[in-house]
Write a protein that binds this ligand. Structure first.
Ligand code: GUN
Length: 294
C-alpha cells in the first residue's frame, strides 16, 4: 500500500484531551460544567449508538451529557416544545437534535433546526450559524467539516491553492465543507483554506474526470465504494466521510484498497473522519458554555 493512513482516531483523541483540559480550566474559574443535551426521537439503532457515544465522550471530557428520548410518534408539536424548553433552560449550553428524524411521522426537520437557539446550536445547522459561516465570520463550525479541517491541518496537509473536489452537497457535510475550504485563510479554524473548490453531486456531468482533477478529494455521498481507483489522481489526498453498513461491515464511499494504491494519503473507515465529529462537538459545547457565560 502506497498511501499514508490519516489516523482520525488519534487526532480525535488529541483534540478531546485538549478540550478536556480547557473544560477543567473553565470549571476551575468557577463556571459550572458545560452541558450538552441530545434529543433522540424514536429508536433507530444507528442513532441510538451515535447519541450514546456522544454522551460518553462528553462525560470523559468533563462535560455533562444529557439525553432526552421521545417516542417515535411524539409529533412535531411535542418536539418543538422540548426544543423551546431547552432553549430557555440556563443549565443547558448545547442542544443537538439527532438526525434524521423518523420517516413517516410528519416531522419537519427544518422547522425544528430553525427553532434551536443559535447560541446553543452546537451542530451549526441553524440559518444564523450557516449564514455567519457563509460570510466568513463563523460562530460554531459544523462538526464533521471542522473535524476534516483539523485532520488536514494536524497531518501537515495544506489546502492553499489546491484543487479540492467535494462530492455530495448535503447541509451537514458537503455544502459547509466546500464553503470552509474556499474561505480566506484563518476565518474557519486553522490555516486550511484558500482552496479552489468544486462541489460535485449526482448531476455532475463527468464525475470521474472531475474527481481525477482534484489534489484533495472529499467523498460525502453515502454510497458504498462509489469512488473507484480510476477516479483518483495519483498522489491525491482522499478523505472518506461515508459510513455505510454492507453485510454487517462498515465501508466508506471510497474503494479503499484501490484508492490506497494511488493516493498519497487516505482516511480509513472506520477510524477516519467519524471520531473527529464527536471531538468537534465537544469543542463546540465548551465554546457555547463560554459564549453563554461571557
Ligand atoms: N446525524 C448524522 N450526523 C449528525 C450530526 O452531525 N448531527 C446531528 N444532530 N445528527 C446527525
Amino acid at each position: 500500500m502506497k498511501a499514508e493512513i490519516l489516523d482520525g482516531k488519534r487526532v480525535a483523541a488529541e483534540i478531546r484531551a485538549e478540550v478536556a483540559k480547557s473544560v477543567e480550566q473553565f470549571v476551575a474559574s468557577g463556571a459550572p460544567a458545560p452541558c450538552l443535551t441530545a434529543v433522540l426521537v424514536g429508536e433507530d439503532p444507528a442513532s441510538q449508538v451515535y447519541v450514546r457515544n456522544k454522551a460518553r465522550a462528553c462525560e470523559k471530557a468533563g462535560i455533562e451529557g444529557r439525553t432526552h428520548r421521545l417516542p417515535v410518534d411524539a409529533g412535531q408539536k411535542e418536539l418543538l416544545a422540548l426544543v423551546n424548553e431547552l432553549n430557555t433552560d440556563a443549565n443547558v449550553n448545547g442542544i443537538l437534535v439527532q438526525l434524521p428524524l423518523p420517516a413517516g411521522h410528519d416531522y419537519d426537520e427544518r422547522e425544528i433546526l430553525d427553532a434551536i437557539d443559535p447560541l446553543k446550536d452546537v451542530d451549526a445547522f441553524s440559518p444564523i450559524n450557516v449564514g455567519l459561516l457563509m460570510q466568513g465570520r463563523p460562530r460554531f463550525l459544523p462538526c464533521t467539516p471542522h473535524g476534516i479541517v483539523q485532520l488536514l491541518h494536524r497531518s501537515g496537509i495544506s489546502t492553499s491553492a489546491k484543487k479540492v473536489c467535494v462530492i455530495g452537497r448535503s447541509e451537514i457535510v458537503g455544502k459547509p465543507m466546500a464553503m470552509m475550504l474556499a474561505q480566506k485563510s484563518g476565518s474557519c479554524g486553522p490555516d486550511v483554506a484558500n482552496a479552489t473548490v468544486t462541489l460535485a453531486h449526482s448531476r455532475t456531468a463527468d464525475l470521474a474526470a472531475t474527481c481525477r482533477d482534484a489534489d484533495i478529494l472529499i467523498a460525502a455521498v453515502g454510497r458504498p465504494k462509489m469512488i473507484t481507483g480510476d477516479m483518483i489522481k495519483p498522489d491525491a489526498v482522499v478523505i472518506d466521510v461515508g459510513i455505510n453498513r454492507v453485510d454487517d461491515k462498515l465501508v466508506g464511499d471510497v474503494d479503499f484498497d484501490a484508492a490506497a494504491e494511488i493516493a498519497s494519503a487516505i482516511t480509513p473507515v472506520p477510524g477516519g473522519v467519524g471520531p473527529l465529529t464527536i471531538a468537534m462537538l465537544l469543542h463546540n459545547t465548551l465554546m457555547a458554555a463560554k459564549l453563554q457565560t461571557g
